[in-house]
Design a protein around this ligand. Structure first.
Ligand SMILES: NC(=O)c1ccc[n+]([C@@H]2O[C@H](COP(=O)([O-])OP(=O)(O)OC[C@H]3O[C@@H](n4cnc5c(N)ncnc54)[C@H](OP(=O)(O)O)[C@@H]3O)[C@@H](O)[C@H]2O)c1
Length: 187
């Protein structure tokens, strides 16, 4: 009898867990992204995955700062976004293969003027075609490391949004850690 009760309890717990997963993956509404801030920053925003992110964030009502190298493509993408969604779109010309102190300062200055809640660290280099690692030339390795790593690191520092301690009231250390944004990085 006791064994039966335990089995029933286990089955009920499993059932509840499955219901929770169904809710979490299929029914739970998405987060209100504007709660983090009015602006999203997307690197590599004029093509591919970055552009798709920029579009979706604008669709959800966020203002978007587009970052890439070509002024012409930035202007084109900004025009497309503004035409589709009623948001403010700004652009910043940056070459992450040469993200030196002056370039970083320019980015910092721009970011300081915006209420940034979301940073999409999308820009990144890969091989032109599939290769074994030992076949890479030193310059290719250096370029990949420069664009992929330095962009993510410096952009995150420039925006300073995730887990930034903010002085809210409360006695405990954890009360003072209030996440202030969302960060997505890959490459
Ligand atoms: N597509 C895939 O199958 C795949 C798979 C795995 C990972 N990824 C990663 O996902 C990310 C996006 O890939 P994607 O295929 O969507 O890229 P993509 O279509 O080639 O777009 C690249 C974007 O980055 C900008 N960009 C390139 N080099 C830059 C630089 N040095 N400084 C600033 N901006 C630069 C480009 O604009 P400008 O040329 O005007 O600068 C463009 O807006 C990359 O990190 C990539 O490694 C992609």
């Amino acid at each position: 009898m006791e064994l039966l009760s335990v089995l029933c309890l286990a089955a009920a717990a499993k059932g509840c867990h499955c219901l929770y997963l169904a809710y979490k993956f299929f029914l739970r509404p998405g987060k209100e992204l504007k709660q983090y801030g009015q602006w999203a920053v997307v690197t590599g925003a004029t093509d591919g995955i970055g552009k798709a992110y920029a579009m979706e964030l604008a669709r959800q009502g966020l203002n978007v700062l587009l970052v890439a190298r070509s002024e012409e493509r930035l202007t084109e993408t900004a025009k497309e976004l503004k035409g589709k969604y009623h948001v403010t779109v700004d652009q910043l010309k940056v070459d992450f293969s040469n993200f030196d102190a002056a370039a970083r300062e320019a980015v910092k200055e721009k970011l300081a003027t915006l209420d940034v809640g979301i940073l999409i660290n999308n820009v990144g280099l890969s091989y032109p075609y599939t290769k074994y690692f030992h076949e890479l030339k030193d310059q290719e390795v250096a370029d990949i490391m420069e664009v992929n790593m330095s962009s993510m690191t410096w952009m995150k520092l420039g925006v300073q949004l995730v887990g930034v301690a903010s002085p809210v009231s409360g006695e405990h250390f954890w009360d003072e850690l209030e996440p202030t944004g969302a960060l997505v990085s890959w490459g």
